[in-house]
Design a protein around this ligand. Structure first.
Ligand code: CP
Length: 316
């Protein structure tokens, strides 16, 4: 693996999932990352991604440097040929080049602005780091994807499934803010690569990018989709069609105990942070069906498996 910008950078997904589960079982410290440095740049807040990736790097023996790039860094210019006479003090060409002098791996989080779909889909920040850094780049959640989260989710389902081919439902839920489509995009992509029966439930107007969902069945009736579900992944996202908007929904899509009853005693997933009693009801989050904490715990092993692959590739 040369970079981890999308889960498509994984050469053998099944192998990587098994390796992450193995790392979880036998997580002794490794010297692979000795005298190597991971630099993490955050243009947006984070709890899980930041701490799990730092922990994963340290388990591999790496040094870690973290920067809240939105608050502490110079404002970056990403446009080629820009005349930089306004607020942007540093061009990505220099910033990525300089970071590559200090770091062996660079990890970046940069959310979309949810205003200009074409611009968000160009993944300008992530692709610019990839273009101008001379070391591997890792996506810590970008405009359109969250591949470390998706790998975690695939690991969690593989670890906890009780049948060879479980039914997995990704269901939309309400949220007071318009959120990116990054997590559901990456989850929908990775679920199409593993052995599950995968469907999506969302209100009309909230269909994800059809180039991502492809042939996945999309229900506009949540109850129908949830029938016989073994895993339910609850997540809000803003509209792709009316890009970044949150059109009103006539029914209640909050995932509560009544919805859970319509499943096959499903395990309930969410990437976190979760708005209690808006996205998922207390009675579900506090029940044995909720695996959100277990899922967040697996972030470390997903990150460790990815960092390990990138370091191994650098050595070869
Ligand atoms: N799930 C996730 O990416 O969490 P953070 O935003 O806290 O990193």
């Amino acid at each position: 693996m040369k970079n981890y910008i999308s889960f498509r950078d994984i050469e053998n997904l099944e192998e990587l999932i098994s390796e992450a589960i193995e790392l979880k079982k036998n997580n002794s410290a490794s010297g692979l990352g000795k005298e190597k440095t991971l630099g993490m740049l955050f243009f947006n807040p984070s709890l899980r991604t930041r701490l799990s990736t730092e922990k994963a790097a340290k388990l591999l023996g790496m040094e870690v440097m973290v920067m809240n790039a939105d608050k502490n860094g110079w404002a970056l210019e990403f446009e080629d040929g820009a005349i930089m006479d306004s607020t942007k003090a540093e061009h990505i060409k220099e910033a990525a080049g300089v970071l590559s002098q200090y770091c062996d791996l660079i990890a970046v989080r940069a959310f979309p602005n949810l205003k200009d779909r074409e611009k968000d889909e160009s993944e300008q920040v992530m692709n610019s780091f990839k273009k101008y850094a001379s070391v591997p780049v890792i996506n810590l959640e970008s405009a359109t994807g969250h591949p470390l989260q998706a790998l975690t989710d695939a690991i969690t389902i593989s670890e906890l499934k009780k049948s060879q081919k479980p039914k997995v439902v990704l269901t939309w839920a309400p949220h007071p803010k318009a959120l990116p489509q990054s997590v559901p995009n990456s989850f929908a992509e990775i679920m199409q690569k593993v052995d599950v029966d995968f469907v999506i439930a969302n209100p009309e107007g909230y269909d994800l990018n059809p180039h991502i969902t492809r042939d996945v069945k999309v229900f506009h009736n949540q109850e129908d989709a949830l029938k016989d579900a073994d895993f339910v992944y609850v997540k809000n996202w803003s509209s792709y069609e009316n890009y970044g908007q949150s059109p009103e929904v006539d029914k209640n899509w909050t995932f509560d105990a009544e919805k859970l009853k319509g499943t096959n005693n499903a395990k309930v997933m969410h990437c976190l942070p979760v708005r209690r009693n808006v996205v998922i009801a207390d009675e579900v989050l506090d029940s044995d069906n909720s695996i959100v904490i277990h899922q967040a715990g697996n972030r470390t092993f997903a990150a460790q498996a990815v960092l390990k692959r990138l370091l191994e590739n650098k050595e070869n």
